[in-house]
Design a protein around this ligand. Structure first.
Ligand SMILES: Cc1cc2nc3c(=O)[nH]c(=O)nc-3n(C[C@H](O)[C@H](O)[C@H](O)COP(=O)(O)O)c2cc1C
Length: 184
């Protein structure tokens, strides 16, 4: 079973990318979390879409998501909402609309998030919900992974070392993997 993991941050050393890496490490036997990047996705431009279609990196990621069993998004929180680069990526991935059911329709999806601040990304995670509903995904609401104070939870190599957070993440990933398994 393969779950695609996407971090909504381009930052080197992103806490969300590190959280995703830890999730991949903690995934249960039989589940692979394959981490993909949104770095090559350009800004959405309807003129580009009309003249040359969906750019190659967007098409490649669409096909990867379509071929996977689930999708795990690690989102930062910017101004209490979704960071622009992450929303932009999803917007490109939703083009053309006729292809949305293939890529996102009934796809098991969940969002988690980390911030160095005290507010734990709950507002960003909530902001994803109408987006993922619009795309027709099967959102897993059986668990929640919110991480505040992320600056204290990883070591110098970027490994999640805080045991309580690792345990929460392990349970979260197990829960989502079980949900995905029930749907395939
Ligand atoms: C434009 C901007 C807005 C931000 N707004 C919030 C916010 O609303 N809540 C929050 O917890 N952190 C906020 N932050 C701090 C981010 O959580 C922090 O930069 C974090 O490291 C981003 O995630 P990353 O480590 O995965 O790149 C903001 C950062 C930026 C650049």
């Amino acid at each position: 079973m393969t779950i695609i993991g996407i971090s909504g941050s381009l930052r080197r050393g992103s806490f969300n990318a590190l959280l995703l890496r830890a999730a991949a490490e903690l995934a249960p036997a039989g589940t692979t979390i394959a981490i993909e990047s949104i770095r090559e996705i350009p800004l959405y431009d309807a003129d580009v879409e009309t003249s040359t279609g969906v750019p190659a990196p967007v098409q490649a990621l669409k096909d990867t998501i379509a071929g996977a069993d689930g999708l795990l998004i690690a989102t930062p929180e910017y101004n209490n909402s979704i960071p622009g680069v992450a929303k932009n990526a999803i917007d490109w991935l939703s083009r053309p609309p006729a292809d949305i059911p293939r890529v996102f329709g009934n796809k098991p999806v969940v969002v988690m998030g980390a911030t160095p601040g005290p507010n734990n990304t709950l507002l960003a995670q909530a902001a994803w919900l109408p987006v993922l509903r619009t795309l027709g995904t099967a959102y897993w609401s059986g668990g929640r992974m919110i991480v505040g104070g992320a600056g204290k939870l990883f070591d110098a190599d970027g490994r999640l070392t805080d045991e309580p957070t690792r345990e929460r993440l392990r349970k979260f990933v197990e829960g989502f993997a079980a949900f995905v398994a029930r749907r395939i």
